[in-house]
Design a protein around this ligand. Structure first.
Ligand SMILES: Cc1ncc(COP(=O)(O)O)c(C=O)c1O
Length: 381
């Protein structure tokens, strides 16, 4: 059987990795400034993470959600404490799309309504309602187009008010900082007014922290820069440091009932231990502060790079917007400089999403490498 050919692949095959380094099958080492789409939070193969997972798999790796699993309770407690959402409720699933799917479904159950407000250039995943709330017609099949989603521009609260006044909206879903879209973000007054309007018109405010959560932006959640409290927060990516796990954190006023949500694999023993060990390392190694400090250092150094129009994002969720499309630049960074970086829907944005353990030395290496590629590019014109 052949693989279903949906990914344009770089010609690199990683076989080993540690911290911010990836090693390919030829023994070449790469600096990982992309963390496999913002997934690697505490660094590749972190010893504490490996130890905890190995011990768990020796005991029990999986049982269904029909029986007690104290690891889920431990995880909910630790996550509540570290994120500042002690009084919220946790539902566990397996990916970011699934988290948003459950968030939207729960909002619809809770309000009895079905229309969703999302934002231009948003990305929320590839499943039914999540992809319908994603502003990319190319990845929406006719089946997905049956969902009722209205896309609005960021930072224009009057448009949101007009739609919410119609009274048929179950949820407003928003990324605190757009990831796949290219690092655009709402301003604080937009977020606070959004919260007020959602409360006034009874719409559920969902903050999609799948990419920006778990300390990546220098706070546990990026929306905490704006002082808002969403009704539902969706989480995944950095949560498991590579182990597939996702979830939603649900405000106390949204009540559960048996059978409302469910999953076979979500919240399994290994996923819980992966996430618990990520939280333990984030806490022990002060990785949220590191994300903030190294992010600031990155911004100060990135100002030296020629042809950068804008430096976007917060902490270690960063984007450099150039005055040209960065596809070729990314290839040169991988093949010539051995540094992984990311692209975005905005073709001029180079995305930087390293493990939260990264230091200044690695940032210096990146800036130097990028400068030399840009000089080469200039000389070849
Ligand atoms: C903000 C956001 N939401 C949801 C998703 C979907 O997550 P997954 O690919 O785990 O389904 C992504 C993935 O890039 C994302 O960036």
């Amino acid at each position: 059987m052949k693989l279903f050919d949906v990914y344009p692949l770089y010609d690199v095959e990683p076989v080993k990795a540690y911290d911010c380094t990836v090693v390919d099958k030829n023994g070449t080492t790469y600096l990982d400034l992309y963390g496999g789409h913002a997934v690697i939070s505490i660094g590749h193969t972190h010893p504490h993470y490996i130890k905890r997972l190995k011990e768990q798999v020796d005991n029990i790796g999986f049982y269904s959600n029909a029986v007690q699993n104290n690891l889920q309770v431990q995880l909910a407690e630790k996550l509540g404490k570290l994120s500042g959402y002690d009084d919220y409720q946790l539902f566990l699933c397996n990916s970011g799309a699934e988290a948003n799917e459950n968030a939207l479904k729960l909002a619809s159950f809770h309000t009895g309504k079905s229309r969703v407000i999302a934002f231009e250039n948003a990305f929320h995943g590839r499943t039914s309602a999540a992809v319908a709330a994603t502003d990319n017609p190319k990845i929406n099949a006719p089946l997905n187009n049956q969902q009722d989603v209205t896309f609005l521009p960021l930072n224009q609260i009057e448009f949101v008010k007009t739609e919410l006044e119609k009274g048929d909206v179950c949820a407003v879903i928003i990324e605190p900082i757009q990831g796949v879209g290219g690092l655009d973000e709402g301003i604080t007054t937009f977020f606070t007014e959004l919260e007020t309007l959602c409360n006034k018109f009874g719409a559920v405010l969902i903050l999609d922290e799948v990419q920006s959560g778990f300390g990546r932006t220098g706070k546990f959640f990026a929306h905490q820069y704006h002082g808002i409290t969403p009704d539902i927060i969706s989480i995944a990516k950095g949560m498991g440091n590579g182990f597939p796990v996702g979830g939603i954190m649900i405000a106390p006023h949204i009540k559960p009932s048996y059978g409302l949500l469910g999953t076979t694999f979500g919240g399994n023993h290994l996923a819980c231990v992966a996430t618990l060990s990520v939280l333990e390392v984030i806490e022990a190694e002060n990785l949220i502060d590191n994300a903030k400090n190294i992010g600031e250092y990155f911004v100060s150094q990135a100002m030296k790079i020629p042809r950068v129009d804008k430096i976007k994002g917060k902490g270690l969720m960063l984007g450099l917007e150039f005055d040209f499309e960065v596809g070729e630049l990314r290839k040169k960074m991988i093949y010539d400089q051995h540094i992984f970086t990311g692209g975005a829907m905005n073709k001029k944005v180079l995305r930087i999403l390293p493990p939260l353990t990264i230091g200044k030395k690695e940032i210096d290496r990146f800036v130097k490498a990028l400068q030399s590629v840009l000089v080469e590019q200039k000389e070849s014109v």
